[in-house]
Design a protein around this ligand. Structure first.
Ligand code: ACO
Length: 338
């Protein structure tokens, strides 16, 4: 029996009707970071596995990436926008402080005046947390839900804080979800958890009510940097993602032997390898694209899922295990059959 924090008794499935992604055109190699901070390609590769990442152009924003990913997923699902009953955007780098990215997106996509909202604040766990929510919405009346994970973090991060800036990249990926139906890829189980006692050690603490933006705050060095205790985050990410993976499989009534592909959050190659090891999954059953895109936050899991499918890494009927971990700490796991 999984620990209570991970057990999700209201779990309900969802059909995965379409997947799509959008990557900014600009590729930034590790070497380019040496213009901004005291770092090296070798340090970044050895500590993180990251080789390059995509970076938004000067006129590109979260809503631009989200719109392109959403349109690609709708086309993949052969689903007209009129059929979408709800739009959910998982992001921590929104189009504006208020209203949410989902409102901008609803208008741009020409959707009916359906409910839309952002799920924010859970960092890289955002997409799978939102998937949990979307499954419940489908079980209680919605027919089709559009879920997008997007980050344009390069537009908000501190480009002079070497501890964190080299880790991230921009991207969006989207999924069209429907009620479970025969012969369609299906989410079988989702599970999520939170340990709020660790809230202060990962995130962006400035700009909320506790420390609002002020002239004083903006004078501080690295005021916009991501706060992160790297080693603690590393250890906890491995533990929680492995736990969430086991819990999701148990909910789905499946074992680790039955997993065809493990698609973890792409934060860091060492975290991915350690989580695979903790689960006893060999690397040939683990999908890795962190070397190409860095950590793309809420876009990371759906982007990896999209790319794994494009690359033919998911066999027909294949079981895919997904896990994510982010600020909060929040974490989540999901199992899908393709
Ligand atoms: N280039 C060169 N040196 C650097 C850089 C850089 N970009 N960043 C930090 N360093 C230095 C540090 O200052 C430190 O120097 P010091 O020894 O003189 O003090 C040295 O490198 C070693 O730092 P460590 O913290 O010991 O390095 P570590 O092996 O722990 O790797 C890292 C750091 C990559 C951040 C690692 O802890 C990690 O991956 N943690 C998880 C963080 C993460 O993934 N965050 C993303 C958000 S959360 C998530 O997605 C799960």
């Amino acid at each position: 029996m999984p620990p209570p924090a991970l057990y999700n008794p209201t779990m309900a499935g969802a059909a995965i009707l379409g997947l799509g992604a959008c990557l900014p055109e600009r590729v930034m190699e590790n070497e380019e970071w040496t213009r901004w901070v005291d770092t090296s390609d070798q340090w970044i590769r050895e500590r993180t596995g990251i080789e390059r990442r995509r970076i938004c152009g000067p006129d590109e924003s979260s809503a631009d990436l989200a719109e392109a990913a959403a349109r690609a997923a709708l086309a993949d699902a052969d689903c007209p926008i009129e059929e979408i009953d709800e739009i959910v955007v998982a992001t921590d780098t929104p189009e504006a402080d208020c209203p949410d990215t989902a409102a901008f997106l609803q208008h741009r996509l020409g959707a009916r005046p359906v409910p839309t909202f952002d799920l924010a604040g859970s960092g890289c766990a955002g997409f799978l947390q939102a998937l949990d929510l979307c499954c419940s919405r489908l079980a209680t009346g919605r027919r089709r839900v559009l879920l997008i994970g997007v980050e344009a973090i390069s537009r908000q991060m501190d480009w002079t804080c070497r501890d964190t800036c080299v880790l991230f990249g921009d991207a969006a990926a989207a999924v069209v979800l429907g009620r479970p139906q025969p012969n369609r890829p299906e989410v079988l189980a989702v599970t999520a958890g939170t340990d709020g006692s660790r809230a202060p050690i990962l995130g962006r603490m400035i700009g909320g009510n506790r420390i609002p933006f002020s002239a004083e705050v903006l004078k501080q060095e690295h005021w916009s940097a991501v706060v992160m205790k790297g080693r603690e985050v590393f250890k906890e990410a491995v533990t929680r993602m492995a736990e969430a993976g086991r819990a999701a499989l148990e909910l789905a009534g499946l074992s680790l032997d039955q997993v065809d592909l493990f698609v973890p959050h792409q934060a860091n190659l060492r975290i991915i390898e350690a989580t695979g090891k903790a689960l006893g999954l060999p690397l040939d059953r683990v999908f890795v694209n962190v070397q190409e895109y860095g950590n793309t936050g809420s876009a990371s899991v759906p982007l990896a899922l999209w790319e794994a499918r494009q690359a033919g890494r998911i066999p027909p009927g294949g079981i895919v295990l997904m896990t994510a971990f982010g600020a909060g700490f929040h974490w989540a796991g999901a199992v899908a059959r393709f």
